[in-house]
Design a protein around this ligand. Structure first.
Ligand code: F0G
Length: 488
């Protein structure tokens, strides 16, 4: 039987239910604390969902990073790991799996995705080559490039940041914009060109294989180094398979190999790709490999562990292989779609088409009364926690850095991301989240803005502390308690 006969199991009734192709054999108890307690916790933790203790969170939809459910094969692999500083058998196993998966010659280990970005920026970005062109930036990628005095230029099409759209591949390059950047900046000033799979900050939106081919051909013609961020490759691969006609019948392994052959350097967060905790950089370009290799022992650890534990390396090797199972990689997209449809049925504005990683609520139209300087997405994110115990993540102006003159860099999208880690939530939990956000939408005019109490200079969204402008949170919780007698 061919490996990929169907990509989803339909219901005879026509109901749109994301069927789980796994069973849960180990579970973790989670807490749903009352709204009154949620207000107390949120106030104490500076209205920043990154600072909430897990014990006070019901559905942790902050991220899929390092929190995807692992398979029994991954846990089994963790039992047999070769712990040694140098020459670990575990490393060689992982290296073989990764080299086979991508078809590249070299693999450099790193402890997570941003560690790879540190190495890439360290090697390629300097005063002579300060420019990086990308479909869209990611927070940590941009921070590392800027730290080296570099600048990020985004070649996404303008249509890709429209919240509602039917563009199947919003992460695609706009080739005219790309060409303009290269001509304007000068080819010789470009450190590298970057493609991010599953474009995170615009809503986990995929890049098509067709676009990757075009960008690669352009880079090869113009002598530009092409770097691929494969952190969100699993979701992206699913969308290539189901949305790109020529790939419907192609084996996933084949598609991955072609993607890899188009790139010069590939890096990934193993907290996402491979459902474990780790990362790495792959290439067949010996010169690039040697330059990057020198930085691994400096920042990560010796070349045969790169800052990872051997158990995580074993789990990652199995997890990467499992990326080639359509029913493994479909789980997040199908659950994102289920959450998106449920929210839409309640009138909640969400990013379409539904992407990978999570469902993204459009704060700009949910709370139009909150100006961008008062962080509408962060305010909505705090309100969602108050009424549901669900922890989302702000992806808007708060996630940007200020301009050099201290003014706000207003984001072109204000999103609350409700991440759906693989195989973690049940369908009824998804319905619960939508139910509470639906309630909030009915009372959306009550939501006000936030202002900083403590603002870190870099990546301020991680550790910054904010407070509500006025007493809207108190009033919201009072109404919630009145309408929801259990207070839960
Ligand atoms: N690239 C992309 C596209 C990412 O989504 C992430 C992380 C990284 C690089 C950095 O990897 O966390 O292992 O250092 N994204 C996480 C998220 C943090 O929640 O979306 P890392």
């Amino acid at each position: 039987m061919s490996e990929n006969i169907y990509t989803r199991v339909e219901f005879f009734s026509g109901e749109n239910v994301p069927l789980e192709m796994h069973k849960a054999r180990m579970v973790q108890r989670i807490n749903l604390i009352p709204a009154e307690d949620r207000l107390e916790v949120l106030t104490r933790t500076g209205n920043n969902t990154f600072l909430l203790p897990n014990r006070d969170v019901f559905l942790d939809m902050l991220t899929d990073s390092g929190v995807n459910a692992m398979s029994e094969a991954q846990y089994a692999a963790m039992l047999m790991a070769d712990d040694s500083y140098a020459g670990s058998e575990t490393f060689y196993r992982l290296e073989n799996v990764i080299k086979k998966f991508f078809g590249t010659e070299y693999y450099l280990p790193a402890h997570q995705g941003r560690a790879c970005e540190n190495i890439l920026a360290g090697v390629f970005v300097d005063s002579k080559t300060p420019n990086v062109i990308t479909n869209y930036h990611f927070t940590t990628t941009k921070a590392h490039i800027m730290l080296r005095g570099g600048t990020v230029h985004e070649a996404l099409s303008d249509a890709a940041t429209a919240v509602q759209s039917d563009l199947p591949f919003k992460g695609d390059y706009d080739m005219a914009k790309f060409d303009d950047f290269v001509k304007k900046l000068g080819r010789e000033t470009v450190a590298f060109v970057r493609i991010e799979a599953g474009t995170n900050l615009i809503g986990g939106q995929p890049v098509s294989l067709a676009s990757m081919r075009e960008v690669s051909a352009y880079c090869r013609k113009n002598g530009l180094l092409l770097v691929f961020d494969a952190s969100l490759l699993a979701d992206n691969l699913y969308f290539i398979k189901v949305r790109e006609k020529e790939c419907h019948d192609r084996p996933l392994a084949d598609i991955v190999k072609e993607i890899a052959s188009l790139m010069d350097v590939i890096y990934f967060s193993g907290r996402k790709l491979g459902c474990a905790r780790g990362g790495g950089i792959c290439t067949s370009n010996r010169e690039a490999y040697l330059k990057m290799r020198d930085l691994v022992p400096l920042y990560e650890g010796f070349l045969t562990y790169g800052g990872m534990s051997v158990r995580e390396m074993e789990a990652m090797a199995v997890g990467i292989t499992e990326t080639l199972d359509i029913h493994t990689i479909s789980q997040t997209p199908l659950f994102v779609e289920a959450l998106g449809l449920e929210l839409q049925s309640k009138g909640v504005p969400v990013v379409t088409p539904f992407g990978g990683l999570g469902c993204h609520v459009d704060a700009m139209s949910f709370v139009p009364q909150v100006p961008q300087e008062q962080y509408p997405a962060a305010a909505l994110c705090s309100a969602i926690y108050l009424v549901s115990g669900c922890r989302g993540m702000e992806r808007g102006t708060l996630s940007e850095s200020r301009n050099p003159d201290g003014s706000e860099h207003l984001s072109n999208m204000e999103l609350v991301r409700l991440a759906v880690p693989k195989r973690v939530f049940t369908h009824s939990q998804i319905k619960f989240a939508a139910d509470r956000i639906g309630w909030l939408h009915k009372h959306r005019e009550m939501i006000g803005g936030l202002t900083f109490e403590e603002e870190p200079a870099t990546l301020r969204f991680f550790l910054g502390r904010l407070k509500p402008i006025g007493d809207w949170q108190r009033k919201l919780v009072d109404l919630y308690k009145k309408e929801m007698p259990s207070g839960l």
